[in-house]
Design a protein around this ligand. Structure first.
Ligand SMILES: [Fe+2]
Length: 339
């Protein structure tokens, strides 16, 4: 039996001071819990698992089905999860190519995405950032060697139902890497760096208050604040990871297509000014896959579009400057989503 809801003012306040949020998916990494797990609903902490429970896939799925993306734990349980996440990620990064590539790749992608959640909570931790960078770099080499599983990795991650803030960077970067490999215009080192730039491009969201992530009708001020994450990302990474200025600029500009998208959605036929910067194909593709994944997935304030509807919009965004690449993108996506 679960303990009763903590609804006395003092009890609730004290509990709130002790508990720490973690993503529901992180419960996979917990052993036997030392304390209960809570969700925060309608202003109260409600227990959903007792102390002594081992969170199973079934228990976690019940939480996800009830739209809980975040749960609240006592600090020693959180610490235990963080330690096992880091240990599992280090271990798998070292032995990624040993054993079943489908299983290893799927697990690595899931662990990396969960670790990204930790990085959002602690963006100034150099050790955590380097673990994320080196593991992602290793993953990019592994992905290039395992082309036939790329689509499976993508769909498996999508099925995890993680919060978009941790799922989107990996989903868009997987698509980008797979597309770049398919068009044979870039060598592996460039693809690797573009994968890393794309994957780390949203790290600046860490500096934006979490209550802004799921706002159903963001004000103009909220929108401007959210848009500033691209600048924050570049600032947070500058000098801390081995990415050159060129790639930091791609990160800084990764939302440039969103302005074009806003014009298209609001049907404003505003002409792009002549002085506007012309972005290179690398920036355009990083941005395109970000927009594509965002548009085709649900958000708290809207339903996701179909792939076809998204491609119609992307066509207007890139086909004038990059008609050949747009054609290649359509062919690639048909194949990728068929697998
Ligand atoms: Fe972004």
């Amino acid at each position: 039996m679960l303990k009763t809801i903590i609804n006395s003012y003092i009890g609730h306040h004290r509990l709130g001071l002790k508990l720490k949020p973690v993503l529901v998916g992180e419960l996979y990494l917990s052993g036997k819990l030392k304390h209960p797990v809570y969700v925060f609903k309608n202003g109260v902490f409600t227990p959903v698992m007792n102390e002594g429970t081992v969170p199973t896939k079934e228990l976690i799925n019940v939480l996800l089905k009830n739209s809980h993306r975040e749960v609240f734990l006592y600090p020693d349980d959180v610490l235990e999860i963080k330690k096992s996440l880091e240990t599992a990620l280090v271990k798998l990064t070292r032995s990624l190519s040993v054993g079943d590539p489908l299983e290893n790749g799927t697990k690595d992608i899931k662990l990396l995405s969960l670790n990204m959640g930790g990085l959002y909570k602690n963006p100034h931790n150099d050790e955590l950032l380097m673990l994320q960078f080196q593991s992602s770099q290793n993953l990019s080499k592994f992905l290039l060697e395992n082309k036939k599983f790329q689509s499976h990795y993508f769909h498996n991650l999508q099925r995890e139902n993680f919060h978009f803030i941790v799922a989107q960077p990996m989903l868009s970067s997987l698509l980008l890497l797979s597309f770049l490999q398919s068009i044979h215009l870039f060598h592996d080192k460039e693809i690797e760096n573009l994968f890393l730039s794309s994957y780390l491009k949203d790290i600046g969201m860490a500096l934006i208050p979490e209550d802004k992530y799921d706002v159903k009708s963001p004000t103009e001020r909220d929108q401007n604040l959210l848009a500033s994450h691209a600048d924050f990302s570049s600032d947070l990474l500058d000098g801390r990871v081995p990415l050159s200025k060129n790639y930091l600029t791609i990160i800084k500009n990764h939302h440039f297509l969103n302005d074009k998208l806003k014009e298209l959605v609001s049907k404003e036929k505003k002409k792009i000014k002549e002085s506007d910067t012309i972005y290179g194909i690398e920036s355009t593709l990083v941005s395109v896959f970000d927009v594509l994944v965002a548009m085709t997935n649900d958000r708290p304030y809207r339903k996701g579009m179909t792939l076809f509807q998204s491609l119609e919009l992307i066509k207007h965004m890139m086909s004038d400057d990059y008609p050949q690449e747009f054609k290649a993108l359509v062919i690639f996506l048909k194949q990728f989503y068929k697998n």
